[in-house]
Design a protein around this ligand. Structure first.
Ligand code: S3P
Length: 425
């Protein structure tokens, strides 16, 4: 689906909310399936990625019933049946990598497949530690399809070369079912939703900063309410900051400190953003965000903040394109392994609309401009975050832009355009 975006004459104004957190929604289904009994999930994200996880768990014999549009119950024996067909992870890296950690100990063989984008993404990062634990995983060139045959696993201490929550979570889920203790040490701390939810469900887990330790445990079913996704909120935050005279409040945005890098960067860039009504829901921090149109300035982003905003770099690049001065993004080489090579795709597509942006091996250098020309046809490379970032840029481009394959937004933010349009006064 190709859409047109043209310069908005209206400001964004009023209150809104964003869809539920994608990372937490995936985990609610997987961990709820591991727990024997009935897990109840409220505010589940029914995006394509999370539905991939849900369908896989159904194929593995778990009963999952929707009670309302975004509310469901998971009824599980706490163990799975041998799947009669390949398990389709769609576009979702989180599904593939976390479920691999679960399947590594299940007493049958399963095959994981995915779409074109997912099939080109690296899986060595999970095959290496799982193999150290005794797993049997076959692949060609460490890419999908993966054939996983369940084995008894032993705990390990894994010094992960990457700050990746997908890798960490995969090892922890294998560790949950392994003999002995499993410890994961990361170069910098990645998002800790796995730790928080496993703790909430009674697992024997300890975590502090970049070190997490788990021993074999049973999970207890719980009521889980998923908070709003800060990565989805990031597009609205950016629109509020760059569309003149805007003032918006986004209700119930997840504020887990391992995810709030975007708020820190916006503040550093001079953006007017305020946190209101902080509280905790199902072991996760949440609150409301108030954003006002602001004059932004360039900044430097590197090292430990990178995992705290890894999915927000495309939209930060949009902000930087219209900020005063230079923005340098470093230490983000793993962006090349996301749904698209996000260093290349962000630079290529933002250049088309007139941004002054340069690719580096591990990041981007952006010289801010007063305005962006637009007048371009944008490719989205099966990448939902690129599509949404360019849409926000399109709201302030001088001339109309066309965005191809806009339906990819369904991966994380169903009804994205409708949600934004409700804020235009
Ligand atoms: C995710 C972790 C991140 C992120 C992805 C979701 C998760 O990947 O980019 O969108 O749910 O664990 P890495 O931790 O591998 O960087």
């Amino acid at each position: 689906m190709q859409i047109k975006v043209s310069k908005t004459k209206n400001k964004l104004y009023g209150q809104t909310s964003v869809p539920a957190d994608k990372s937490i929604s995936h985990r609610s289904i997987m961990f709820g399936s591991l727990a024997k009994g009935k897990t109840h999930v409220k505010n589940f994200l029914t995006s394509a990625d999370c539905i991939s996880t849900l369908n896989i768990m159904k194929t593995l014999g778990v009963e999952i019933n929707f009670i309302k549009e975004t509310e469901l119950e998971i009824i599980s024996e706490g163990k799975f049946i041998s799947p009669q067909k390949p398990l389709d992870c769609g576009n979702s890296g989180t599904t593939t990598r976390l479920i691999s950690g679960i399947l590594a100990r299940c007493p049958f063989t399963s095959i994981l497949i995915g779409d074109e984008s997912l099939s080109s993404r690296p899986m060595k990062r999970i095959i290496t530690p799982l193999s150290m634990m005794g797993a049997d995983i076959k692949s060609q060139d460490f890419k999908l399809p993966l054939t996983i045959t369940g084995k008894n696993l032993n705990g390990i201490t894994y010094n992960s070369p990457l700050a990746s929550a997908q890798v960490k979570s995969c090892v922890l889920l294998a560790g949950l079912q392994a003999e002995g203790t499993t410890k994961v040490i990361e170069p910098y701390q990645s998002r800790n939703h796995t730790e928080l939810m496993l703790e909430y469900m009674g697992a024997n887990i300890k975590y502090k900063d970049n070190v997490t330790e788990i021993t074999k445990s049973e999970l207890t079913p719980q009521d889980i309410e998923v908070v709003g996704d800060i990565s989805s909120a990031a597009y609205l935050i950016a629109a509020g900051l760059i569309v003149p005279d805007s003032e918006i409040i986004i209700k119930n945005v997840g504020l887990n400190p391992t995810r709030t890098g975007i708020i820190d960067v916006v503040k550093k860039m001079g953006g007017n953003i305020e946190i209101l009504n902080e509280t905790t829901i199902s072991n996760e921090k949440t609150g409301d965000l108030k954003i006002k149109y602001s004059k932004l300035k360039g900044t430097e982003i590197s090292k430990d903040i990178i995992p705290r905003l890894i999915d927000e770099i495309p939209i930060i690049a949009v902000l930087a394109s219209v900020a005063e001065g230079t923005t340098v993004i470093k230490d983000a080489q793993d962006l090349r392994n996301k749904e698209s090579d996000r260093i290349k795709s962000v630079a290529t597509e933002l250049k088309k609309i007139g941004a002054n942006i340069k690719e580096t091996p591990d990041g981007l250098i952006i010289e801010g401009k007063k305005s962006l020309n637009g007048d371009a046809e944008i490719n989205t490379y099966h990448d939902h975050r690129l599509a949404m970032s360019l849409y926000i840029a399109g709201l302030i481009c001088e001339k109309e832009i066309l965005i191809n394959d806009f339906e990819w937004t369904k991966i994380s933010f169903p009804n994205f355009e409708k949600n934004i349009n409700l804020l235009f006064s």
